[in-house]
Design a protein around this ligand. Structure first.
Ligand SMILES: C[S@@+](CC[C@H](N)C(=O)[O-])C[C@H]1O[C@@H](n2cnc3c(N)ncnc32)[C@H](O)[C@@H]1O
Length: 352
């Protein structure tokens, strides 16, 4: 099996044969998410569920020191449409912890030769949770986190952070560095030119290195009859996909096209995996229930920031309209009657 080939003593990735039976299929998660029949009975609602629903009010009160409509943004290059503040920090760490739970504490699914992992890049690293985690776990690897936002700290000797636009030429401290693994997570709605970004990844990787990208697909779905016809959650997904990409000049739909674009950039053995992530703790499966809690928190700490700048600057919404849309969606979650899930799409590919 290609993803386990290094376990079987094959030293060089280039020599591995490709098979579609691999660790991408081996996460021990149910394909159809089982429903907890107690979900939605308020007598059994857990404290943590109540707490999760307060994330929006935290966004508008406790974190009250931001520069545009109550949120703080950075303006490096042509800026970024999403805030960079304490709420977005909570959003990032929630995504990071959720991914560790989904992937059973693995930082990547690509079949890299871990014993020979020397150079790793994390593109759009944000606060660098993933980059620091990999640097900690692989002390012989040099990890570079690249982002449009400056990084506040540098605590591990083998982890550095680079202030750069990943769609422009990469000027690395060590120009001879070629990456064994390039990781991209949660950049939907942030990048103007994906083809340029994938080309830079390709050009800066060594032959046999792997690219890995994870994106939430903005497409709320239910697997049963729990979808209300007038759902705000669903309507916001549809509005985002029909209006926000064009208005922002950045692709909110990258999950749909990244596999093809990664192939177009020259990568081979490109594989896609889709995992359904419950929105809220509605599953009877205990791991899925926890994943659902994390995803609810990710949604509640993210939604206002994903909408606010683009809707108010380009689409003529008022701040109150944005906040009302968020509150309507959160109320729908808090009613605990629906079994929404969103696909998390993972694509991996190898540089030949
Ligand atoms: C939602 S955060 C994701 C952070 C991190 N990847 C994670 O999963 O925790 C998206 C980050 O991508 C960065 N970003 C967006 N476009 C970028 C670009 N062209 N070059 C570098 N970073 C970019 C943003 O500044 C932001 O910090």
């Amino acid at each position: 099996m290609v993803f386990h080939a290094y376990d079987e003593g094959i030293p060089c990735l280039v020599t591995m044969t490709y098979s579609d039976k691999d660790s991408m299929d081996d996460l021990n998660l149910p394909t159809v998410i089982p429903v907890d029949e107690n979900y939605g009975r308020f007598s059994v609602l857990e404290e943590e569920d109540r707490d999760a629903s307060s994330a929006y009010s935290m966004a508008s009160s406790a974190y009250n020191f931001r520069m545009e409509n109550g949120r703080r943004y950075h303006d490096y290059k042509d800026g970024h449409p999403f805030p960079h503040d304490e709420v977005s920090e909570e959003n990032e760490i929630t995504m990071h912890e959720m991914c560790l739970l989904i992937f059973e504490d693995k930082y990547f699914l690509s079949p890299v030769d871990e014993s020979n992992l020397r150079a790793v890049a994390d593109i759009g690293t944000g606060r660098g949770y993933w980059a620091e985690g990999v640097a900690d776990r692989f002390p012989d690897a040099q990890v570079v986190g690249m982002d449009l936002t400056p990084h506040a700290r540098n605590i591990l000797p083998n982890c550095s952070f680079m202030l750069a636009d990943a769609t422009e030429d990469w000027v690395l401290d060590d120009p001879s560095m070629k990456f064994d693994l390039v990781h991209i997570r949660s950049l939907f709605g942030g990048v103007r030119d994906w083809a340029a970004l994938y080309k830079n990844c390709f050009d800066n990787m060594r032959s046999g290195g792997w690219i890995e990208q994870l994106e939430i697909e903005i497409d709320a779905q239910t697997q049963d009859a729990s979808t209300p016809p007038d759902s705000h959650i669903k309507a916001l997904c549809e509005y985002t996909r029909s209006h926000l990409s064009v208005a922002a000049g950045r692709d909110f739909d990258i999950s749909f096209s990244m596999k093809q674009m990664i192939e177009d950039a020259g990568f081979v053995d490109v594989q896609e995996k889709r995992i359904n992530i419950p929105l809220g703790p509605w599953s009877s499966d205990s791991r899925m229930k926890d994943i659902g809690r994390f995803y609810e928190r990710f949604y509640k700490t993210g939604l206002q920031g994903w909408l606010l700048q683009v809707c108010t600057r380009q689409l003529n919404w008022s701040v109150d309209q944005v906040n009302a849309a968020c509150v309507s969606a959160f109320k729908e979650i808090n009613q605990r009657q629906q079994h929404w899930y969103y696909p998390l799409v993972i694509v991996i590919g190898r540089k030949p």
